[in-house]
Write a protein that binds this ligand. Structure first.
Ligand code: PEP
Ligand code: MG
Length: 609
């Protein structure tokens, strides 16, 4: 069967849902402190908003003949409610002149399809299982079929089917559905997990802080929290079970603490820290117009990592020298359709125009791993982090890759654009990527479309095999950008988003430091610059070491730039090189960690606030 509504090409943004249910065994109303990972700095004090996993656990139990009619009745009532909800949304769209009515029409069509009703009824009779389970299995089968379809449009519709099914399931299971983008009051978002697509969609003005059970500094949700300058504490284990909506909480993103129901003294103390923190931020902004230059004249570049074009506004207010990493895949995580060439062209040229004459490095699609775009069929891999992602995905979906390259080349006339390929593991992949790029250039020339012929092309060094063959790769590119988030993950074999083994995730592991040194030296040998766009580049504890290793460009969330600049401007390059000489002799990360942390605290007050 083919669900009605999926055949009409009429689907837009997917709705996100928010669920709230009553917790069981916690005693609320008393002050408690939870310890986690400080993922984004700053202090937030507000009411908690519990955002529970969007994927409900589906109950499964047997029913007997006498219950079939009741189960079916439950289903029809839930469908009626879901239809009413969709019609309500449709009316709102019409009144507000929104652009979601085509999407809503298609969802209404799917839900009112008589084949859906008859399939559920016959399955209830045949399987004698509860209706939630029957519906869930039915939807799984339908989407599995669609994912195998030749037609890409049909494959992309699976997200809509899931959305519609979730709406009905929520009614069957009495779950309340609210959209994160509709948050209308200031809250601290508390959740077990927040997908990057949730973080992109949420109403950022209303989210004052984030507290999550899972995650780690380099998970993409942490990166987004920093990008949006929202204080965040991650890796809190089970905070989502200990907090309920409406409770007052404090998120201390500087120290990695969450305090629930603070008493007056604690709240006053945090309000004071919040004021001091803000004051210090303002003071640091005095450095905005100054270069990142050491006392003895070594100039480096401090650029910004951005995920969405709107972040460009933060560049000027934090004194960025351009964009060092634009994670273009977030354009693909925002909707249920792949962005067209035109949409991408507009996004890229907008960023270039907004940044004016400063350089902008756009990374080609790095989807896969935790960044799953539903329209590409999701990820059913056993090891997605080692799987079909980034350049691998692009080289096997040349159709997608070419659309992006066309959009990038067309946009290149608007500024100083550089592009880079993610996850390159060796020369073969790089050559293959160049072949596709050359084909696209040729096509554009034939069409008479102008683009910058000399646009620099670089690669990310984030796979150990690339780092170890940096001498070979350096001869083929215009620059390197070290992606330490992945490079550390793959070098130490430690999942960057898993808080259980986070203690192993060590930027100062001698193995990592040796790789960094080798990459920078090999690049400099052939005269190409090296940047770093992993989170290590924005960690003030690492600034002196990276400077001493010879890094040319540090790219980080805008918010981190002033502090790194302050450190760079107050040292000499020889001091930094001397430190590198000392730490490269050390045999363990513990030794490096404690030595460097102490030095940075005493000399630059790093970690004091
Ligand atoms: C990295 O791996 O360091 C990087 C910058 O890329 P991402 O965090 O998007 O994987
Ligand atoms: Mg990476």
């Amino acid at each position: 069967m083919r669900l009605r509504g999926i055949s009409s090409k009429n689907i837009g943004m997917k709705q996100l849902s928010l669920t709230a249910f009553r917790q069981k065994t916690y005693s609320f109303g008393t002050m408690n402190e939870f310890s986690g990972i400080s993922a984004s700095p700053g202090i937030a004090i507000s009411q908690a908003f519990l955002y529970l996993d969007d994927t409900p656990t589906i109950p499964r139990y047997r029913i007997d003949d006498s219950q079939i009619a009741d189960e079916f009745e439950r289903f029809t009532v839930a469908v009626e409610k879901a239809l009413g909800e969709l019609q309500g949304l449709q009316n709102q769209e019409r009144t507000n002149g929104g652009n979601q009515h085509e999407l809503l029409d298609s969802h209404l069509l799917m839900l009112s399809d008589p084949e859906l009703t008859s399939s559920i009824e016959s399955r209830l009779r045949k399987n004698r299982l509860n209706v939630e389970w029957v519906l869930y299995r039915f939807i799984q089968e339908q989407t599995d079929k669609l994912l195998r379809a030749e037609d890409q449009y049909l494959r992309e519709r699976t997200a809509d089917i899931h959305d519609v099914a979730k709406r009905v399931l929520n009614h069957l299971m009495f779950r309340q559905k609210i959209s994160l983008s509709d948050l209308a009051r200031e809250v601290i978002l508390v959740a077990h997990e927040l997908m990057p697509s949730d973080a992109i969609a949420m109403n950022k003005r209303m989210v004052k802080g984030i507290a999550l059970d899972g995650g780690w500094k380099t998970s993409h949700t942490a990166i987004l929290a920093r990008a949006f300058e929202i204080p965040a504490v991650l890796g809190l284990s089970d905070i989502s079970r200990a907090i309920r909506t409406g409770e007052e909480i404090i998120v201390d993103g500087n120290r990695g603490r969450v305090i629930t129901e603070p008493d007056d003294r604690t709240k006053k103390r945090y309000l004071r820290v919040q004021r001091e923190w803000r004051k210090r931020e303002v003071e640091l902004m005095n450095l905005n117009e100054l270069p990142a230059e050491t006392q003895d004249g070594k100039l480096v570049y401090l650029t910004a990592n951005i995920e969405v074009p709107e972040e460009v506004d933060a560049l000027a207010s934090h004194g960025a020298d351009g964009v060092g990493l634009y994670r273009s895949e977030f354009l693909f995580l925002r909707g249920t359709r792949l962005p067209t060439e035109e949409a991408q062209y507009h996004a890229y040229s907008q960023v270039l125009r907004d940044v004016r004459d400063k350089p902008v490095t756009i990374r080609t699609l790095d989807l896969g791993g935790e960044k799953i775009a539903p329209m590409l069929g999701g990820s059913r891999e056993r090891n997605p982090i080692l799987g079909w992602r980034a350049i691998r995905l692009c080289l096997s979906r040349v159709d997608l890759f070419k659309v992006q390259l066309r959009a990038l080349l067309r946009a290149s006339v608007y500024g100083d654009l550089r592009i880079m390929f993610p996850m390159i593991s060796g020369i073969e992949e790089l050559n293959h990527a160049y072949e596709v790029l050359d084909e696209v250039r040729q096509e554009l020339r034939t069409e008479g479309v102008t683009f910058r012929e000399d646009m620099p092309v670089g690669i990310m060094i984030e796979v150990p095999s690339a780092a170890l063959t940096a001498d070979i790769l350096a001869r083929k590119v215009d620059f390197f950008s070290i992606g330490t988030n992945d490079l550390i993950q793959y070098t130490i074999a430690v999942d960057r988003g898993n808080e259980k083994i986070a203690y192993l995730y060590e930027p100062f592991h001698p193995g990592v430091l040796r790789l960094l040194k080798a990459v920078i030296e090999n690049a400099h040998e052939v005269g190409i610059p090296v940047g770093m766009c992993g989170e290590m580049a924005g960690d003030p504890v690492a600034t002196l070491i990276l400077l001493g290793l010879g890094l040319d460009e540090f790219s980080m969330s805008s918010v981190g730039i002033p502090e790194v600049k302050r450190i760079i401007r107050s040292v000499t390059i020889s001091e930094a090189e001397e430190l590198v000489g000392t730490v490269m002799e050390m045999r363990s990360y513990q030794e490096v960690d404690s030595f460097v942390a102490e030095l940075m605290r005493k000399r630059f007050e790093v970690g004091v606030y």
